[in-house]
Write a protein that binds this ligand. Structure first.
Ligand code: ZN
Length: 367
């Protein structure tokens, strides 16, 4: 049996870690393209430019907000014409994905510097491509993982806490999906079985967000860095990235993809929809009450959606839910990694069961 495990080249995290970016980029050469989302371009870049000077010439470019084929092409052209010896992304998942694709096309090292902990994009080789209208187009698997990931937890702590909670929703799914792959015939992103390392890190990811998530969220709301915040940022970014890519995906991400068929949920973040996918997957895979209680309790504490109402789809009819279930069960979906025969009817029941339990728990708590 062949297993494959993928890692970023180097992962650096801590309060003030951004001030190490210059010396890290210097390892790659003397000319660097730095691609920034609009907010960090204004709020963060001015304070780090003098430190970046030790890496040589740095050209700063504004990201066009969406990771499209055209944007990747544009960034690749800039990197080539500038003679960049590395490409760095500063911002959220989309700019990181675009920079990964552009840098790898230019065959230079790629660095990811996330300014929010809502995504596991920084460590992975996956690039999610959108159309010009912002609709999901496809997920490309790039030839490699980023060479460097720098996460400044002081920056993460100054971002809205909802991003951190959403990242926990994504991290929550990691172990459930990897575990389904482990016990069944599920494959990881490179298409092999996962390694012992990947499964163990997935479990650590789950335990970390479960045990330190609420405390980390409180720290983020107070804009301070605490050991709990450090742990959860590492779980959301590094463990979740390693876990999903090398362990494999399952029902939760497919249900997320299915939910995107409903325009009402477009205002929700990725991890918020994934979290509801985890809840539905508990019913699909028939998890015992103790686990259900643990996961629902966690989601309620950190503010992840546990009902249709929280998803913005209260009163949704069965026909619309069936569309979600059918989209979740498309042939290419990772839901087929689950160790049972999946059908839209089963997914529909699981979605309704997840909402019913979510509602009854909230009703009980308010009595
Ligand atoms: Zn995800």
């Amino acid at each position: 049996m062949i297993t494959t495990t993928l890692f970023p080249g180097r992962y650096i995290q801590g309060s003030g870690a951004l001030h190490h970016l210059g010396q890290e980029l210097a390892r790659f050469g003397g000319r660097h393209l730095l691609i920034c989302s609009p907010h960090p371009l204004e709020k963060i870049v001015p304070s780090i430019m003098s430190g970046l000077a030790q890496a040589g010439d740095v050209r700063v470019e504004r990201f066009n907000r969406e990771c499209t084929d055209r944007e990747v092409e544009r960034l690749f052209g800039l990197a080539r014409d500038f003679g960049a010896q590395s490409v760095t992304a500063l911002g959220g998942g989309k700019v990181i994905d675009a920079a990964k694709a552009a840098g790898m096309r230019a065959r230079v090292p790629v660095a990811a510097v996330p300014t929010i902990a809502s995504t596991d994009a920084p460590c992975s080789s996956v690039c999610v491509v959108y159309t010009e209208d912002g609709i999901f187009s496809r997920a490309d698997v790039l030839p490699g993982n980023p060479d460097l990931v720098v996460v400044d937890t002081a920056v993460i702590a100054s971002a809205p806490a909802r991003f951190l909670a959403s990242g926990m929703g994504d991290a929550l799914a990691t172990w459930f999906e990897a575990e389904s792959c482990r016990v069944g015939k599920g494959r990881n992103i490179p298409g092999t079985k996962g390694s012992m390392t990947a499964y163990a890190l997935s479990r650590l990811c789950y335990e970390t967000v479960r045990d330190w998530g609420p405390s980390a969220l409180t720290a983020c709301e107070a804009n301070v860095v605490t050991p709990a915040l450090e742990r959860v940022v590492e779980a959301n970014t590094l463990l979740s990235g390693l876990g999903f890519e090398s362990g494999g995906l399952g029902a939760a991400h497919s249900i997320h993809n299915g939910l995107t068929a409903l325009p009402q949920v477009h205002g929700l973040y990725h991890g918020e929809k994934v979290a509801f996918g985890v809840l539905a997957s508990l019913f699909l895979t028939d998890k015992p009450l103790a686990i259900m209680d643990e996961v629902y309790g966690f989601c309620e504490t950190v503010g992840l959606p546990t009902t249709f109402a929280a998803l913005g789809i209260s009163g949704i009819d069965d026909a619309s839910l069936l569309r979600v279930a059918e989209k979740s069960c498309a042939p290419q979906e990772s839901i087929h990694n689950e160790p049972l025969d999946i059908s839209p009817a089963l997914v529909l029941s699981a979605l309704k069961a997840a909402d019913a339990v979510g509602r009854s728990r909230l009703a009980r708590a308010s009595r």
